[in-house]
Design a protein around this ligand. Sequence first.
Ligand code: SF4
Length: 372
Amino acid sequence: MNTTELPESVDLWFNSVVSKTTETPTMKVWDEICAVLRNEPPKLLSVIATRWCELQCEHCVFQRESFARMNEQLPLIVAGLVPEMQGGTLVHEGRVFRPEHRDIFLAAKGMKRGLIDRGSYLAHEGSMPQLDHLDVSLDGPENIHNRQRRNARAYETAMRGLVRGPEFAQKVSSLFTATKINFSYALQTAKLLPERVEWHVTPVSPARPEITHLELSVEEMSIILSDLKAVNHSIRPVVFRIYELADLLKVAQVIGKSDFSELFRNASVARSTILFDLEGLKIAYYPKSLLANETLVVDSDGSYLMPGSVAFSSTELQKQFSRFGEDIAGNVVCRIREGDTVGTLYPKLMDAWQKRFEGFREEISAIHKQLT
Ligand code: SF4
């Protein structure tokens, strides 16, 4: 249970997993969760300032897109949202930092500032705002990182970005995206990171069908879990972040039903997150059915996106059909207009979100099977 007086959506979600009576969750339970989710607007504002990047890494959730110029409306859109997001964080999520993006940060008065980057921010260091949090990804030792990033100088850029990170941000972290290419290099990577960098590891998200071949098998999950426990024990603290139900089920297979059941029953919760302690290794699981309240995503063209929609290109989202001919109309909640606020936007997302009962039911049933 979280420490607030009223239960949050995550408490209801967790209770519906561990309760023996909800093996097949009902619409009533989902409606109750959605009613609470509606009162939990995101405190994180993710801005895709540009869809362009000079790289196209193996594991990137974005597709290759060419339009680089910043939409002039983005700082105005951000300024309209910040009054209701005070104390929250604006995160620049895409794809590379460019000098004009400084205006987006400056518009986020009263919010913390975060940047997710590959180290290329140093090319524009004169335009960098002071940040609260900078994340620079490192996916392995030099040859492995460069292979996953498909660029011969990517490692050098990332290491420079990490080493100089404290000049620009109070907190510097690094994310290792575990794939078939680098899963056995976690120990080596942990030793390469500068001392004060906080380390996070996540299995690759199969957000795009083109990258599903990079997903970890159960055997590979077993190897990385064992290495991360060793890293956590003797090299540096690490948090293993899981966003996909399939990856959580792989963890269950690796440690066995009985231990998984115990892990789950001893879990704690935070906003939209289930926290496990696996022999000292921290694992954070983010249930997909609760992602509505995680972050408010503003796309480079000023659209308000459903979580997970960045894997579709701007062109696909505008046409409302994917490159595979699939109808993807629901991925854009709306175009954000002047005067829109979190209070006018978030209920629109929740109206669409509440229709996702089947996803919730599958999620709960699959986990519940591991607990019985
Ligand atoms: S992972 Fe980052 S650096 Fe690599 S292509 Fe995607 S946005 Fe660019």
